[in-house]
Design a protein. Structure first.
Length: 395
């Protein structure tokens, strides 16, 4: 099968999946990138610091960068990715199927249109869901457009339950909806966690954390939508009750300075690691007892996949897309209402009192993480690709 995947730019979560897919027997894979983000663009995207990923995002698979002719080339914004050469490329290469990662950028629409013109089966991956708040005006504008193009997609690749419901809501035929889960390199994170397990006490000491406390981790961009202050306030409230809890905040971004100032002013037991690159982030997962994802909205939340692979249960809001798929209450984590700091505080206090339960949950999340391994992702995309190509041949 000659398969092309169009995506906006190199993303750290995709690399292992692309490598495994390229190794699969009978697959001729090519990744089409629309843009290569600079270290400054990474900072502007909310990471807060300029950086390049410290693990290779390109080894092990064939790829090319399309010519982005946008006036202001960037990953954000519909007009920032404009690659008209995709039309000629799809006509010439005669791919058996093309997968498009999302549709929020011009290149995605150029690709879908080219596939429709050449009768090339096109699959579109999305983790969008109906729980994201949208104005009435925006919903009214989206409805006719989405009801027109989503039923025309050969394969609607949903990340999970909520995104599957999203495709169906906009008219996708159920037999065209496939679950292709968001995956991370669970083998890599599991190995990292095993190697670091003996250094847990040392890691805590390095970050000023007491070995006897229950440590909750915030890992991500310090932006308003991630609600880092909810995490800070919950740890502070829990600590004020005398509960042996502490917080660890990994990452950077515009809200970090405010969080640090609030922590100092109120003497809250929280330590800050700064930005941790791919080769370092497992240290934070190992040092913590549980991950907290307090986001205002999150289409999925791949940080939860990583944390689970390292054995950390996850506490997520009811607006986090991975919740229905990854979280079994009291087994792999908990779901709390977004913005409900009291509920999060209560979960922290009760968890700190039951170390045995956290240990049991730690083993269960490792098993759950394996359901979202790179191998599972490869099998899922191949089932979808084989189905849509056979279906098109039958017409």
């Amino acid at each position: 099968m000659k398969l092309a995947i169009l995506t906006t730019h190199p993303i750290q979560y995709h690399a292992a999946w692309f490598r495994a897919l390229a190794k699969r027997s009978g697959v001729d894979l090519e990744i089409l990138y629309c843009h290569e983000a600079t270290s400054k663009e990474q900072a502007d995207a909310g990471f807060g610091v300029e950086f390049d990923w410290d693990t290779s995002l390109f080894n092990g698979y064939s790829h090319r960068f399309l010519n982005n002719v946008a006036r202001d080339p960037r990953v954000s914004g519909f007009q920032g990715l404009d690659t008209p050469e995709i039309t000629e490329l799809i006509a010439r290469e005669r791919y058996d199927a093309v997968m498009v990662n999302g549709w929020h950028y011009k290149s995605a629409w150029q690709t879908m249109w080219a596939c429709w013109q050449t009768r090339t089966p096109v699959m579109v991956q999305s983790d969008s869901h109906l729980q994201t708040e949208r104005s009435l005006a925006k919903r009214a504008v989206k409805w006719p457009l989405y009801r027109w193009f989503i039923p025309r997609i050969d394969g609607c690749l949903a990340a999970g339950q909520w995104s599957s419901d999203y495709f169906l809501h906009y008219g996708a035929s159920p037999d065209r909806v496939f679950i292709v889960p968001h995956v991370v390199d669970t083998a890599y994170f599991r190995q990292q966690a095993e190697e670091l397990k003996g250094q847990r006490a040392l890691l805590r000491t390095q970050w000023g954390l007491d070995a006897t406390t229950t440590v909750f981790l915030f890992a991500g961009k310090f932006t308003e939508i991630k609600r880092p202050f909810d995490f800070v306030r919950a740890v502070g409230e829990a600590a004020r009750t005398g509960s042996p809890v502490a917080g660890l905040m990994a990452g950077d971004g515009p809200a970090r300075a405010g969080c640090e100032a609030f922590v100092r002013r109120n003497s809250i037991p929280i330590s800050f690691t700064g930005f941790l690159n791919q080769s370092e982030i497992a240290k934070a997962y190992v040092a913590a007892d549980a991950l907290v994802l307090p986001s205002e909205t999150e289409t999925w939340g791949l940080v939860a996949n990583e944390a689970m692979a390292c054995g950390a249960p996850c506490f997520v809001t009811d607006s986090v897309g991975c919740g229905p798929d990854l979280i079994a209450e009291g087994e792999t984590g908990y779901i709390f209402r977004k913005g409900d700091i009291a509920a999060l505080t209560s979960l922290m206090i009760s968890s700190a009192k039951d170390e045995a339960l956290l240990n049991v949950m730690s083993e269960k999340v490792k098993l759950k993480a394996e359901e979202y391994s790179v191998a599972k992702g490869v099998e899922a995309i191949m089932r979808a690709a084989e189905t849509v190509t056979h279906r098109r041949l039958a017409y």
